[in-house]
Design a protein around this ligand. Sequence first.
Ligand SMILES: [Zn+2]
Ligand SMILES: [Zn+2]
Length: 344
Amino acid sequence: MTTACRPPAALPAEMPPTAAPTRRAALGALAAFAGSAVGLAGCAAPAAGTSTAPPTAAAPGAGSGTKLVLLGTKGGPRIGGERSNPANVLLIDGVPYVVDCGYGVARQLVAAGVALPSVRQVFLTHLHSDHDIELGTLLYGAWSAGLNQKIAVHGPPGTAAMVRAFFDYMNVDIAIRRADEGKPDPVPLVVASEFDRDGVVLQNAQVRVTAARNIHPPIEQSYALRFDTRDRSIVFSGDTTKSDAVVALARGADVLVHEVIYVPGVDALVRRVPNAPTMREHLLASHTTTEDVGRVAAAAGVKTLVLSHFVPGDDPSITDAMWLDGVRKHFDGRVVVGRDGMVL
Ligand SMILES: [Zn+2]
Ligand SMILES: [Zn+2]
């Protein structure tokens, strides 16, 4: 994380839907982002165009309806660069539903104006560290800030054990604070539930959440998630190579947030590591190229495609145009190149 700059008080809004075309919308959102002087990660975003979109004045949780905030858009566990590690939050009538807990999720939520004790539901798409390493910190941060309601954590098998292990890890501190500060026992406030197949993970008055297994070898328990609320349908691909199950899950959705890799960038990346051939093979077998992301979005007929979980996610030589080129060969709908802090 960059320490030289500070996060903004409020986050920029996405371009309004009337401001087409797609490329301009993506650049406009980015320019609005740059217009707020600093990005959520605390670094100045490069100006990439002219925008008439005003930054939002209020925290993204304000108001009714469903909003998506991209908290971290870089794939992988490596820390650094302008993008934070994978995390998102849906605000459904102001109630936060967190999707994935990469490094920085708690800090990014606070920077986005989301009070940690207000988080009610957390979802993990799979148990790679870039999606779960800060689950415990998020739960602890909520408790530390006054949590007095239950938080539900939904994830693949292993999730409940991870929650238990975290509270064991923090046992000394928690015991001291309970005795010294009169805090409640956090353990019964966190309810972990696991899913291991396609189907409905959660249904309540606000949302139906549906899981579909994607393709992310060698992990078998890896899922895409679809959120249907009264006003929007938003799908997260999770980590996956091109997947027919993701296409089916995302059919007709308003928004598809899809992971993406840029192959020439991957080639440059793996040249720097000792296990290059193995790493390249893993990345190509378990993630989705820009071209295939375009194919998936077109086949699913989504209204807006949001690129996220960028790999490489910290190579400034890869421009928005480079991320978009492959997508554009197959998908002519609206595409947003995701940035930390974007509100959609
Ligand atoms: Zn990942
Ligand atoms: Zn993964």
